[in-house]
Design a protein around this ligand. Structure first.
Ligand code: PBG
Length: 329
């Protein structure tokens, strides 16, 4: 039968499929997150994130070295403090956990890109992302702590500071503080469009950062809004962000795609803890492909890339990098 078009021709052989492939994923596109805790020899599995652990700095060094050897260029650090207080002051302490981790990583692996998450919810006794006034997170009081935390992280060797608290003006304040302190080459990866998402659930167990009352809807974005995401993203670029992020990723692929069109800086997407947990749970139940190095993860990461993300922060990073090294794509 004479047909005008037979798209199946280019699907016949693996070689043809590789030639026609539009989106390629490589370990270079991945960022591996880590949860770092005080102590030595500590490795505590996170129940809701199979394969992920809270680790002390000595263990982190091994994990990061493995990730780097697999071709993953960057890590994103979250800290579990020794003590919490109302302001979250361990966030900017010179001996704070993130500062310790960044110093150790840069000493051992100077070419590894160290990204430090900058937020206070892990460090505050109330679990909110800033200073409380009358039961609400006070934006401008929080900005002061954001500035000093950014400088402390840069001083410890962070290459990119990643503010994730969704405070207005954070990027401008960080840029000014870094420049004033002489860290003009330290960059900013802004969590520009971060939604108030249910998919952060496992992370809050992992980081001990669940709010003790209320929720984050007065500072994180309302999930139905896409135009507002572009406004957030453009604002952060104007304020000096070097990379902007959309978070979560899977339920927001339209936002990633629109962001890609709207600005020229690299776009990062955060494939968050709940997205990871859903895949792991379904694999464990045998409800989707249960292969050790998850094909489901690769399909998801490729889709996030196809939507327009240049970088993907993902708990699948190490297993995906292993699989990408093995398969030719
Ligand atoms: C801190 C922060 C959160 C995540 C990254 N930084 C949690 C939150 O906003 O409640 C979530 C990451 C994930 O779920 O993987 N503000």
């Amino acid at each position: 039968m004479p047909l005008k078009s037979r798209p199946r021709r280019l699907r016949r052989l693996n070689g043809l499929r590789r030639m026609a492939r539009e989106t390629r994923l490589s370990p270079a596109h991945l960022v591996a997150p880590f949860f770092v805790t005080h102590g030595r020899g500590v490795r505590r599995p996170i129940a809701s994130m199979p394969g992920q652990d809270q680790v002390s700095v000595d263990e982190l060094l091994n994990d990061a070295e493995e990730a780097f050897a697999l071709g993953i260029p960057a890590v994103l650090l979250f800290g579990l403090p020794a003590r919490k207080d109302a302001a979250g002051s361990e966030a900017w302490a010179a001996a704070g956990i993130i500062q310790k981790a960044a110093r150790a990583l840069k000493a051992k692996l100077p070419d590894l890109v160290v990204i430090t998450d900058l937020c206070f919810c892990e460090y505050t006794s109330h679990g909110h992302c800033g200073v409380l006034k009358k039961g609400r997170v006070d934006n401008d009081a929080t900005l002061k702590n954001i500035a000093r935390t950014a400088v402390a992280q840069a001083r410890a060797g962070a290459d990119l500071i990643a503010p994730s608290g969704m405070m207005d003006g954070a990027v401008a304040v960080i840029r000014a503080a870094l420049d004033r302190a002489g860290f003009k080459d330290t960059g900013i990866l802004a969590y520009a469009a971060k939604y108030a998402s249910v998919f952060y659930g496992p992370f809050r167990d992992a980081a001990g950062s669940a709010p003790q009352f209320g929720d984050r809807r007065s500072y994180q974005m309302d999930p139905p809004n896409a135009r507002e995401a572009l406004r957030e993203i453009r604002t952060d670029v104007e304020e000096g962000a070097d990379i902007v992020m959309v978070k979560p990723a899977l339920a927001y692929l339209d936002v990633i795609s629109a962001a890609r069109q709207a600005v020229d800086v690299p776009i990062a997407a955060y494939n968050v803890s709940g997205e990871y947990a859903m895949v792991k749970a379904a694999e464990r139940l045998g409800w989707i492909d249960g292969a050790q190095q998850s094909r489901a993860a690769l399909e998801i990461l490729t889709a996030i890339k196809r939507a327009g993300a240049d970088l993907i922060i993902t708990y699948h990073a190490v297993e995906a990098a292993r699989r990408l090294r093995r398969d030719r794509s």
